[in-house]
Design a protein around this ligand. Structure first.
Ligand SMILES: Nc1ncnc2c1ncn2[C@@H]1O[C@H](COP(=O)(O)OP(=O)(O)OP(=O)(O)O)[C@@H](O)[C@H]1O
Ligand SMILES: [Mg+2]
Length: 320
């Protein structure tokens, strides 16, 4: 396993927005981390990148094993050897990721020079190769452009090029296409999928869009209010979701005894950190909730096939 997150908990001051999170990312694979707004997806990305101190947060329990090393235990100075070089972050908003006053070619070049020790000429040659690989037409000319001269889709390709230029092993992509229109979104998602498989990278793809996940992910981890609800191979999860929340996210009609369509669009919202309910945090919104759900947190259980599930009343009764 390239990245293995084990029982991760995050605190920001006294609040505990993420608990007991576990998932793994293999080389050549994409793990989709999904959940509604506020579920803890970006905090997970920040934890993996070692960036929690920037927002006054910290890893309070668990391990982040990257290629065998526990990043959670490394001091900042050591983390700098990983960030950008071995683990690269692609964020949602290209306008904040790009420097508006530097030509985009140089912004890509600098990664190869800094992380791989390339000469200026060699770095530029690689930049042009990379932009061409990302299907940017006239890559040479685009290198001379400033970010504001490029379309949103082009800018996001440049952000991806910057991430790839240091030849990382793992890409953490936090809503990489959310700011783009749907057709461009699909192109970029497919491109990312191709790169991951061709280069044997691992990718943690964070999104609230189950459609995107269905298109490219091998594994899916579903977060709800800072806890893992369900984590399984994508195909199985889409075919037979076990957690009612997963099922609601997919928008499928649950089986036994429920009014058809009653889960389409989940009423209510993810509770804020200060108001997490007792028991299963999803129970106030869950159509299958029983009395125990309000009292007892469902344990995260390893499934006999593959994956994990935390639910007292899963959809198919194949629990454990
Ligand atoms: N700097 C911070 N200080 C305090 N609480 C925070 C901070 N950043 C995030 N949180 C809280 O942690 C929880 C998870 O936030 P996170 O940003 O990880 O959500 P998310 O799943 O990425 O949501 P979105 O889909 O909106 O990006 C939220 O309840 C949020 O209010
Ligand atoms: Mg986020």
């Amino acid at each position: 396993m390239l990245l293995s997150v084990e029982d991760l908990s995050v605190h920001i001051g006294v609040i505990n927005p993420l608990s007991d999170l576990s998932f793994g990312v293999d080389r050549g694979q994409i793990l989709g981390l999904v959940g509604e707004s506020g579920s803890g997806k970006s905090l997970t990305a920040m934890a993996v990148m070692g960036l929690l101190p920037l927002i006054g947060g910290r890893i309070s329990a668990g391990r982040i094993l990257f290629d065998g090393t526990d990043l959670a235990k490394l001091p900042e100075a050591a983390l700098r050897g990983y960030r950008g070089r071995r683990i690269a972050l692609v964020t949602q908003n290209p306008m904040t990721a790009l420097d508006p006053v530097v030509r985009v070619g140089r912004q890509v070049d600098v990664m190869g020079r800094m992380h791989l020790g390339l000469s200026a000429d060699e770095a530029r040659r690689r930049t042009i190769e990379l932009l061409t690989r990302l299907r940017i037409p006239e890559a040479q000319a685009v290198c001379e452009a400033y970010p504001h001269q490029l379309s949103g889709g082009m800018k996001q390709r440049i952000v991806i090029a910057i991430a790839l230029a240091g030849e990382p092993d793992l890409i953490v992509a936090d809503e990489p296409t959310t700011a783009l229109d749907v057709t461009v979104q699909a192109q970029i998602i497919h491109l990312l999928g191709e790169l991951v498989r061709d280069r044997g990278l691992g990718m943690l793809l964070i999104t609230h869009d189950m459609g995107v996940v269905a298109q490219v992910c091998d594994q899916v981890a579903v977060l709800y209010a800072g806890r893992l609800a369900e984590s399984r191979p994508a195909e199985a999860l889409f075919e037979h979701p076990l957690h009612p929340y997963t099922s609601a996210l997919i928008g499928c009609i649950p089986r036994d005894g429920m009014a058809p369509g009653s889960l389409h669009g989940i009423a209510g919202a993810v509770p804020s950190v200060a108001r997490y309910p007792a028991g299963c945090r999803f129970h106030p919104r869950c159509p299958r909730a029983g009395e125990i759900c309000a009292r007892q947190t469902p344990e995260l259980t390893e499934l006999t096939g593959a994956g994990r599930l935390a639910c007292h009343f899963p959809l198919e009764g194949t629990h454990g």
